[in-house]
Design a protein around this ligand. Structure first.
Ligand code: DC
Length: 222
């Protein structure tokens, strides 16, 4: 099996790039951020305080998390409900970043993520895929861009979807998530030592896809 790990900060374009690459390569694409988002969503919706360890442990035991793949779409099924779209809010983004710093949450999701790579050629995106989840991935990309470029892209995306919020608010929220994700004790966002850093600040989406495809073709036979 071939595994491609794509890590990087919020709004660097990981999921857009991964989706296109997975289609071109015929690989399964797993968006691991959606898993952390779903866990945060579970605790918020059930009004449970995950900072209380007993509540957290009990909640994790009750979580039934499944992924369904339809075409190039990953659907997240949480306790028999499709939450794929509901987990894409700004509030869930920051709660996911918060809850993902807790060790037992990360442990809960570790095997879940690894099992997908056992049976599929896979592109997995996240924060710790190259460092922790799939340390022996064939290719490790660290996809990044300047804070301003990422905020601008996210802001335009929000405008497209009709969400409210100023550019400054978007920038501030990404900055906060960068800080949380990079400074937590467990599995922080850092490039794996053997990763290739791709800075997309000055590139178009097509250019980024071509750069990574080139890396893939030079590294593995697909
Ligand atoms: O990729 P995303 O924005 O959907 O991720 C939401 C949050 O989940 C992110 O801020 C940190 C956390 N996360 C993580 O800790 N490890 C991953 N592999 C993926 C996401």
């Amino acid at each position: 099996m071939v595994a491609i790990a794509i890590d990087g900060p919020a709004s660097a374009g990981k999921s857009t790039v991964s989706k296109i690459l997975s289609k071109k390569l015929g690989f399964l694409y797993l968006d691991t951020g959606a898993l952390y988002r779903s866990i945060a969503f579970y605790f918020v919706c059930n009004d449970l305080d995950y900072s209380n360890i007993d509540v957290l442990e009990k909640g994790l035991k009750n979580i039934d998390l499944k992924l369904e793949f339809r075409g190039d779409q990953q659907r997240v099924i949480l306790c028999h409900k499709d939450v794929t779209d509901s987990i894409r809010t700004d509030k869930i983004s920051s709660l996911a970043s918060d809850i993902s710093s807790i060790g037992i949450v990360r442990k809960f999701l570790l095997d879940f993520q690894r099992n997908f790579a056992k049976e599929n050629n896979i592109i997995m995106d996240g924060r710790d895929i190259g460092t922790i989840v799939l340390p022996s991935a064939n290719i490790k990309i660290f996809l990044t861009a300047s804070l301003e470029a990422r905020a601008k892209r996210r802001y335009l995306e929000y405008q497209d979807k009709g969400y409210k919020g100023s550019y400054d608010e978007v920038l501030e929220s990404i900055k906060q998530r960068d800080y949380n994700d990079s400074n937590r004790e467990i599995a922080p966002l850092i490039p794996a030592r053997d990763s290739i850093i791709v800075d997309t600040t000055e590139y178009t989406l097509d250019e980024v896809v071509d750069i990574i495809l080139d890396i893939v073709k030079k590294s593995v036979t697909v």
